[in-house]
Each structure stands twice: as structure tokens, then as C-alpha cells.
Design a protein around this ligand. Structure first.
Ligand SMILES: [Zn+2]
Length: 100
């Protein structure tokens, strides 16, 4: 799990999850107050991890199983939700460069 780049205190799973859900809001360290933003590659990784299974399911598995569109959509949302629960273990955050 991600640690603070400055004081090495650990971020909570929940903090990172909420950051991802609120479209990559920066995570502020509880200990030293430093702002951490998700790295560019992690952003890419997150979209990749959510989009690829959703597309594979929607285009390959759902038609094969004869699922209707609303059911397919519901399952895709569920898949994305479950994947997002695991994302805090994989994403990287970095201290934001000073901006004026
Ligand atoms: Zn810190």
C-alpha cells in the first residue's frame, strides 16, 4: 500500500479508494499534510483495468450468455466496482510539485 513520500506514514485503503472514486482527487497525508496526486501511469492503469474487463464482458461474454442490455450494464458496473476495491493496492501516488 502507498506510503507518504515525506513522512512514510501509510495511507488508508479507504482514503485511496475515495480518491479514485472522486476522479483522482489528491490524497492528503494525515500525518504531515502533504498532498499526493495519483501518478500518470496509475491513472492509465486504473482506466485500463476497468475498461478492458468491461469491454470483454460487454462484447464477448454477455452476448454469448444471451444477457439483455440493462443486465449487461448492471454487471459491468458491478465488475468496475469490485475492481476499484482492489485498486488502492496497485496505484502509485506522488507528491505534487509546487504550483503557484
Ligand atoms: Zn506524510
Amino acid at each position: 500500500m502507498q506510503k507518504c513520500n515525506v513522512c512514510k506514514s501509510k495511507f488508508r485503503w479507504k482514503e485511496i479508494l475515495f480518491s479514485i472514486w472522486s476522479s483522482y482527487k489528491p490524497v492528503v497525508c494525515r500525518n504531515c499534510g502533504k498532498k499526493h496526486t495519483i501518478s500518470f501511469s496509475s491513472k492509465f492503469f486504473v482506466s485500463f483495468l476497468i475498461v478492458v474487463p468491461a469491454v470483454i464482458f460487454g462484447l464477448v461474454m454477455a452476448p454469448d450468455m444471451g444477457l439483455s442490455k440493462p443486465v449487461t450494464f448492471g454487471i459491468i458496473v458491478m465488475i468496475a466496482f469490485i475492481i476499484s476495491l482492489l485498486l488502492p493496492f496497485f496505484v502509485k501516488y506522488e507528491v505534487k510539485a509546487k504550483t503557484k
